[in-house]
Design a protein around this ligand. Structure first.
Ligand SMILES: NC(=O)c1ccc[n+]([C@@H]2O[C@H](COP(=O)([O-])OP(=O)(O)OC[C@H]3O[C@@H](n4cnc5c(N)ncnc54)[C@H](O)[C@@H]3O)[C@@H](O)[C@H]2O)c1
Length: 314
């Protein structure tokens, strides 16, 4: 399939790699020439990590350079495009302008797949494109994380949803089709609920951040890859789940729109791995080195998960 990827930033370059590894021809663009020029090196580094883990057999950087080509204009990027992957900045006006531009150049049958994290993009799309537009939302790094959220609008042709789901599945991904749009889909909403809870525990002085991560890694996380939420509930016993609700011992944290701890860190320039420090101090190690180590560990975990398998009822 001929795929046009718009945006070559954090997600776009990685999505270009995913589709190339999935056997598709990719044309990649970005409105910022520097970002576009940086993409091949980032894709090569990611490919090296995958090769080292035995996850991209037969691939070389030369083959990648043939599978993903860079293009400066919308029209050139859309040449022959059957699928558009929109991964530009999360701003409604920018997305609306790009959809209008795509509408001018794309063939009528082209599928438009937006990677938006939270936006209801459907009102931003020209009317005549709505039947073949849907959200296809990936997680970073998408060449390692398999989940893909898929959701259409009431106007989206169900056959398009099925086609895109099958394309993702054929690339070894795990597409989850939602019945209707809700901002943040499933995993991002759960992650936001966790963020609200742990921010409250830290801001109100119940626990330190390192202890919270210990609790998440050694308590919460261990069971999730094998059971998910609902199978875990079956193992816990539903009477307990019912009693927890009935006893009302748990109060969800208030949605305050900020966290004192987080605000303080950002004010100090501690914005995360790229800055060398965030909640934790990353010891002067480069972001490249840290991302690489993260990817290696995630790939090792995926391998183990594949070997172990999940427990699944019917
Ligand atoms: N970063 C994540 O973890 C993540 C995960 C899932 C989904 N998303 C979504 O993916 C999209 C991109 O996010 P990102 O983190 O890669 O952002 P980013 O800022 O790293 O990259 C966005 C790129 O879009 C480019 N751009 C802006 N307008 C453009 C246009 N008209 N045409 C072509 N390129 C244009 C920018 O120059 C920039 O390089 C957003 O909608 C975001 O919500 C991000």
């Amino acid at each position: 399939m001929q795929v046009a990827v718009f945006g070559a930033g954090t997600m776009g370059h990685a999505l270009a790699l995913v589709f190339a590894l999935g056997g598709h021809n990719v044309r990649l663009t970005d409105s910022d020439p520097t970002t576009l020029a940086r993409a091949p090196a980032l894709m090569r580094t990611a490919l090296d990590t995958l090769l080292e883990a035995g996850e991209a057999e037969g691939w070389t950087s030369d083959r990648l350079a043939t599978a993903v080509t860079l293009h400066p204009t919308v029209g050139e990027t859309l040449q022959g495009a059957e699928l558009v992957v929109e991964a530009i900045i999360e701003q409604p006006d920018a997305k609306r302008a790009l959809f209008a531009e795509i509408d001018k150049h794309a063939a009528p049958g082209t599928i438009i797949a937006s990677n938006t994290s939270y936006l209801d993009i459907f009102p931003l799309v020209p009317e005549r494109r709505k039947g073949r537009t849907l959200i296809v939302h990936w997680y970073t790094p998408p060449y390692i994380v398999d989940l893909v959220d898929i959701v259409g609008s009431p106007d989206t042709d169900p056959a398009v949803i099925t086609e895109v789901r099958d394309i993702c599945a054929a690339m070894g991904k795990v597409p989850v089709v939602m019945k209707r749009f809700i901002s943040g889909y499933i995993a991002n909403r759960v992650q936001t609920a966790i963020a609200l809870e742990v921010n409250r525990l830290v801001d109100e002085g119940y626990a330190d951040i390192a202890d919270i991560d210990d609790a998440i890694i050694h308590g919460l996380a261990l069971r999730l890859p094998v059971l998910g939420h609902y199978a875990k509930a079956d193992f816990t016993g539903l009477n307990l789940s019912r009693a927890v609700l009935a006893n009302r011992t748990y109060e969800p944290p208030p949605v305050r729109g900020h966290s004192e701890t987080l605000d303080k860190l950002v004010e100090q320039g501690r914005t995360g791995v790229i800055a060398g420090r965030g909640y934790f101090d990353w010891g002067g190690r480069s972001p490249e080195e840290l991302f690489r180590e993260r990817d290696r560990k995630l790939l090792a975990l995926k391998r183990a998960m594949r070997e172990i398998g999940r427990m699944q009822g019917t």
